[in-house]
Design a binder for this molecule. Structure first.
Ligand code: M6R
Length: 369
């Protein structure tokens, strides 16, 4: 039941401190400050040469974020592809590839077909699923659970952050097994992950600040999302969320791609949402904000470092709105900053009066092509 919430989506967004914590508990040992022994016993990432993630929609974006984590901390190559493309081309698989299906339902037709293709090629397979009795869970060699609990809203929220929690934990396990990090660094990363539940609770307190800017957003015809690093796939997820529930056209771009085309779209009618927690790429993203503001674009910047945003002069300053988020380690930032992105889509859709939980034309589980 929805309880005090207006929609299941709102309820599910607010459940994330618990759903992320539950999921982390399945992967991390809070006493040893390491990946759990049973997780490490089930797979040796030294025998994995490469991971091929296959997924659709939001699960695909979770996979894209995981690529940044696995490659950075574990030095393990990851490819990510939407399952509907993967299954119908002839992908060249290198030996030692782990085929990893990421799916809330575990039943998505394209993802299941891609998983079966990997099995047919003789690859080892894993399924990261929220429904632990699903077809993918049964058919993959290895089942990695998320513990989001039942997700009713068609727009995925808590399943997405649970996928991120599991995938980032697995990246730490892989890094430790492959000798890319020592016990001290493993303990530090595990601690970072274990603190995300509290940071997500903090991010939920952004709700009134986020809500305040959404009336204006709800009047837009198009919205652009920008991010760098792991915030780039989060920008794509933000744009998908807004499209799905508010029916406003939205596109996500890597902030560095702006000047290669999308900057032509910038005008006073096209709000630009910039996801920019303080990390090693912050200055670069901040300079993209200036480029947009200088062209009269309206910017909503979601960041924990407002003091580091270069001051803008004249009219440009008026068009910049900053929503302050929690300070966190860049490793877990995608998990924490997923929250304001979800809230932004939610409140915009509420202003528009759309059916948030059952958006037109969409089904919760796409079990046919
Ligand atoms: O059940 P799955 O995770 O396999 O579903 C994949 C997509 O259909 C799903 O994420 C879809 O994009 C959602 N509506 C996103 O909010």
């Amino acid at each position: 039941e929805k309880g005090a919430y207006r929609h299941f989506m709102e309820k599910e967004v607010h459940e994330q401190p618990e759903s992320v914590q539950r999921t982390l508990s399945a992967y991390l040992d809070p006493v040893a400050k390491s990946a759990r022994a049973d997780i490490k016993a089930a797979i040796d990432f030294n025998s994995v040469a490469r991971i091929q993630i296959i997924a659709c929609g939001t699960a695909y974006y979770a996979g894209c974020i995981a690529k940044y984590a696995f490659e950075k901390v574990a030095g393990l190559p990851v490819d990510v592809e939407v399952a509907s493309e993967f299954r119908y081309r002839t992908p060249a698989m290198t030996p030692g590839t782990l085929g990893l299906a990421v799916s809330q339902s575990g039943e998505t037709a394209d993802t299941l077909a891609a998983l079966r293709w990997c099995k047919g090629e003789g690859l080892k397979t894993a399924a990261l699923v929220n429904v632990h009795t699903s077809t993918m869970a049964r058919e993959a060699d290895l089942m990695w659970p998320t513990h989001a609990g039942p997700e009713i809203g068609v727009a995925s929220t808590k399943a997405f952050t649970a996928q991120l929690a599991a995938l980032l934990s697995l990246a730490v396990a892989a890094a430790a097994q492959r000798g890319r990090i020592d016990a001290t660094e493993e303990a530090r990363l595990v601690q970072c992950l274990l603190e995300t539940s509290g940071l997500i609770a903090e991010a939920l307190l952004m709700d009134p600040d986020v809500q305040r800017i959404t009336y204006e957003l709800s009047k837009a015809r198009d919205v652009i999302y920008l991010g760098r690093g792991a915030m780039y796939p989060l920008a794509l997820e933000g744009a998908l969320k807004l499209k799905e529930i508010s029916y406003i056209h939205a596109e996500g771009y890597a902030a560095g791609e702006l000047k290669h085309g999308p900057i032509a779209l910038i005008d006073e009618n096209t709000p630009v949402v910039v996801i920019a927690p303080d990390d090693e790429l912050f200055e670069k993203t901040a300079s993209n904000v200036q480029e947009v503001a200088a062209r009269g674009g309206r910017v909503v910047m979601i960041t924990d470092a407002p003091q580091k945003v270069p001051s803008l002069s004249g009219d440009a300053a008026k068009t910049l709105k900053i929503v302050k988020g929690p300070t966190c380690d860049p490793f877990v930032a995608p998990l924490v900053y997923a929250v304001p992105i979800q809230l932004l889509a939610y409140h915009t859709a509420v202003h528009k009066g759309t059916d948030v939980d059952q958006p037109r034309n969409l089904a919760k589980s796409v079990t046919v092509e």
